[in-house]
Ligand binder design. Structure first.
Ligand code: C5P
Length: 221
C-alpha cells in the first residue's frame, strides 16, 4: 500500500493532536502539529515586544524565524532559531494571543509554505484548522474532529489540573473565543472541508477516534 497524507482539522481542544499522534504512530507516518508553528511565532512576537496584531512586524518576524519541527517521544519538539521552545508554547498568554497572529495573511502564507514542504513526500498526519481546505486540499483523507465546547473545556481542565488557577467556565469561554476568531477570520477560516469526514468525539475515547481514522486511511492507501 502507498503512503497518503491525512489532514485533521477542528476547533480548539477537540483532541486533534493526541489523535494525530496516535494515527501517525500506528501507520509509521510523520506527525505535524501546525498549531505549534503559529504558537512559536506568537511566542517570539511576545518575547520581542511586538504587538500580536501588528501585521507588518509579525509578518516579517514569521519570515525571519527558523522554525523546525522534530518528532519527539511524547509530543513533537519545536525549535526556533536553534532553541527548543516546546515547553513554552502552551501558556495562557499564547492561548490568548495566537488567533490574532494567525489572522495575518503573510504569517499564514509562510506557515502554509513550510507545511506543504513537510508533506511533499507523503506519509504525513497534519493537524490544524485549514489543512484540508487550504494547505493540503489534495490530502487523500480529511477528517474534521469536534466535540461539544463543554467537553473540550473539561478535557483541558483535567489536563491543566486545579492548580492552574483557571476555572472550567473560564476555560470554556476562552476556547469559545478562540474558535470564534478562527471561524470569523478572512483568510483560511476554520471550516469543515466539503470532502472531510466528520467525527464528533464527545463520549468517545481518543483511542476509538484514532482507530476509526486508521481504518479509513487503510481503505485509501
Ligand atoms: O491547534 P492549536 O490549538 O495549538 O492552534 C493554536 C492556534 O493556531 C489556533 O487557535 C489558530 O488560531 C491557529 N492555527 C491556525 N491554523 C492552523 C493551526 C492553528 O490558524 N492550521
Amino acid at each position: 500500500s502507498h503512503r497518503i497524507n491525512i489532514a485533521i482539522d477542528g476547533p480548539a481542544g477537540a483532541g486533534k493532536s493526541t489523535v494525530a499522534r496516535l494515527v501517525a504512530k500506528a501507520l509509521q507516518y510523520i506527525y505535524v502539529d501546525t498549531g505549534a508553528m503559529y504558537r512559536a511565532v506568537t511566542l517570539k512576537a511576545l518575547e520581542s515586544g511586538i504587538a500580536t496584531d501588528d501585521s507588518e512586524m509579525v509578518g516579517r518576524l514569521a519570515y525571519d524565524l527558523d522554525i523546525a519541527l522534530l518528532p519527539g517521544a511524547e509530543s513533537q519538539q519545536v525549535w526556533v532559531n536553534g532553541e527548543d521552545v516546546s515547553d513554552k508554547l502552551r501558556s495562557h498568554e499564547i492561548n490568548r494571543n495566537v488567533s490574532y497572529v494567525a489572522r495575518i495573511e503573510s504569517v499564514r502564507n509562510r506557515m502554509s509554505e513550510l507545511q506543504r514542504l513537510m508533506a511533499e513526500e507523503k506519509g504525513v498526519v497534519m493537524d490544524g484548522r485549514d489543512i484540508g481546505t487550504h494547505v493540503l486540499p489534495n490530502a487523500e483523507l480529511k477528517v474534521f474532529l469536534t466535540a461539544t465546547p463543554r467537553e473540550r473545556a473539561s478535557r483541558r481542565f483535567l489536563e491543566l489540573g486545579p492548580d492552574a488557577g483557571i476555572s472550567l467556565d473560564q476555560l470554556e469561554q476562552e476556547i469559545a473565543e478562540r474558535d470564534r476568531l478562527d471561524q470569523e477570520r478572512e483568510i483560511a477560516p476554520l471550516v469543515q472541508a466539503a470532502d472531510a469526514r466528520l467525527i464528533d468525539s464527545t463520549g468517545l475515547t481518543i483511542e476509538q477516534v484514532a482507530e476509526e481514522i486508521v481504518r479509513w486511511s487503510l481503505e485509501k492507501a
